[in-house]
Design a protein around this ligand. Structure first.
Ligand code: FAD
Ligand code: SF4
Length: 339
C-alpha cells in the first residue's frame, strides 16, 4: 500500500467487489478489499454451473481472483468486517474486526443479497422434509451428484419459482429478476447429470429479458426436455417415500399431481442484515426493503463518498454485478482525481 495516494475501501469480495477493487487499483489508488469469509468469490463460488452460457463458475471466479491478487495496489483482507466508522471531513476512519484502523477516502458497498426465509412457506416443507432444497443448496447437491451411483440419482425433480417474491403477503412484492434464469439452468444441469430424470418447473410467469436469456430457457425446454407447468403448488406432503405435489395447471385447467424425489425452491433474494448495518454506519441511502438505493442522477452513489455495486442494491446476475462494480470504480476514481 502506497501511503502517499488516496485509498478506497471495498466491502465484499464477490464479483462486484472484486471488479471495483481491481479497477480502482489499476488507476493507481490503494484499494482495500474486505471479505468476511476466508475466500473471495461470493455466491458465484458456490455455484455448479452458470447461465447464460453454461460457463464453469469456478473458472469465472478464478480468473477474477487472479486479476485482484496480481494487482499490487489491491490489499485483500479475508475474515474481516467493519466494526465502527467515524466520518471526518473528506474521509472516514474505519475500525476493522482485526482491530486495525484505516483512513479511507471513499467506500464501495458490495455485500451482495440475502435470502427469504423459506419457513414462511412451511407448506413446501423446506427444513422439515428430506430432499427439499433452496436453489443455492441445490447447486451444492448437483456437485455431490456427480459422484453418485446412477441408481441413487433422483428420477423426478420439481422446481418451484417465485417463492416469496411477488408475494405482497410476505412483504416482497417485487420480482427477484434472476430466479427464472437460474431455475432453468439448474433443471438443465440436472438433466445433464441424469438424462432419464423428469424435471418439472412450476411457474407463474417466466422472465428471460437479457442477452441470450430467452434462447437459454428455450433450449432447456426444447433440447433438454424440461417440462414447464403453469401453476403454483398448493402443498407438499411426504407419501410412500416421495414428495407429493398437488397443483393446478392453469393453462390446461386441470389438476396436476407429481410424486417427486427432490424439490428445489427459488426463494426470493432480499437485503442482507450486514448490508442494512453497513448502510447505517456509512450513512448510505436504502429503499423500502433495505436494499442500497442510489442518489437520483448518480446511479452508483448512495451517500457522501459512499458508492455501491451488485446484489446489495437489487438481485442481479454475475455480469451485471461486474458492470456495476466497474461503474462504481469509475465514479470513485473520478472523485479521487478531483480531491
Ligand atoms: C442459486 C443461485 C444461482 C445463480 N446462478 C447464476 C448464474 O448461473 N449466472 C449468473 O450470472 N448469476 C447467477 N446467480 C447470481 C450471482 O450469484 C450474483 O450475480 C453474484 O453473486 C452477485 O455478486 P455480488 O458481488 O453482488 O454478491 P455476492 O456474490 O453475494 O458477494 C458478496 C460478498 O460480500 C461478502 N460480505 C457480505 N457482507 C460482508 C461484510 N459485512 N463484510 C465483508 N464482506 C461481506 C460476502 O461474503 C460475499 O463474498 C445466482 C444466484 C443464486 C442465488
Ligand atoms: S425472476 Fe422469475 S422466478 Fe424470480 S421472482 Fe421473477 S418471475 Fe418469479
Amino acid at each position: 500500500m502506497n501511503n502517499s495516494v488516496k485509498t478506497a475501501l471495498i466491502i465484499g469480495g464477490g464479483m462486484a467487489g472484486m471488479e471495483a477493487a481491481s479497477k480502482i487499483g489499476s488507476a493507481g489508488y490503494n484499494a482495500i478489499l474486505l471479505e468476511k469469509e476466508d475466500h473471495l468469490g461470493g455466491i458465484m463460488k458456490q455455484l455448479y454451473g452458470s447461465f447464460p452460457r453454461w460457463d464453469n463458475p469456478q473458472e469465472l471466479v478464478g480468473q477474477k481472483v487472479k486479476i485482484v491478487e496480481e494487482n499490487p495496489n489491491v490489499t485483500v483482507k479475508i475474515n474481516t468486517t467493519v466494526k465502527s466508522v467515524q466520518k471526518k471531513d473528506e474521509s472516514f476512519l474505519v475500525e476493522l474486526s482485526s482491530n486495525e484502523q484505516v483512513e479511507i477516502d471513499a467506500v464501495v458497498l458490495a455485500t451482495g443479497f440475502g435470502f427469504f426465509d423459506t419457513s414462511e412457506y412451511g407448506e413446501y416443507g423446506h427444513g422439515s422434509f428430506d430432499n427439499v432444497y433452496t436453489a443455492l443448496e441445490f447447486e451444492g447437491k448437483l456437485k455431490e451428484m456427480e459422484s453418485w451411483d446412477k441408481k441413487d440419482l433422483p428420477q423426478v425433480v420439481a422446481f418451484f419459482k417465485c417463492v416469496g417474491s411477488r408475494d405482497r403477503s410476505k412483504g416482497y412484492p417485487y420480482c427477484s429478476k434472476i430466479c427464472c434464469m437460474f431455475t432453468a439452468k439448474e433443471a438443465g444441469l440436472m438433466k445433464d447429470i441424469n438424462p432419464d430424470a423428469k424435471c418439472f418447473v412450476f411457474y407463474m410467469d417466466y422472465r428471460a429479458a437479457g442477452k441470450e436469456y430467452e434462447e437459454f430457457v428455450r433450449s432447456v425446454i426444447e433440447d433438454k426436455h424440461v417440462r414447464y407447468v403453469r401453476g403454483r403448488p398448493a402443498k407438499v406432503l411426504p407419501e410412500n417415500g416421495k414428495l407429493m405435489i398437488r397443483a393446478e395447471d392453469t393453462l390446461m385447467g386441470v389438476p396436476v399431481e407429481v410424486a417427486a424425489d427432490m424439490i428445489v425452491l427459488a426463494n426470493a433474494m432480499i437485503p442482507s442484515e450486514a448490508t442494512k448495518e453497513l448502510a447505517q454506519l456509512f450513512g448510505a441511502k436504502t429503499d423500502q426493503y433495505g436494499f442500497i438505493d442510489y442518489i437520483p442522477g448518480h446511479p452508483t452513489q448512495t451517500g457522501d463518498r459512499v458508492f455501491f455495486a451488485g446484489g446489495c442494491g437489487f438481485p442481479v446476475e454475475s455480469l451485471g454485478a461486474q458492470y456495476q462494480g466497474a461503474a462504481a470504480a469509475a465514479d470513485v476514481i473520478a472523485l479521487l482525481n478531483q480531491d
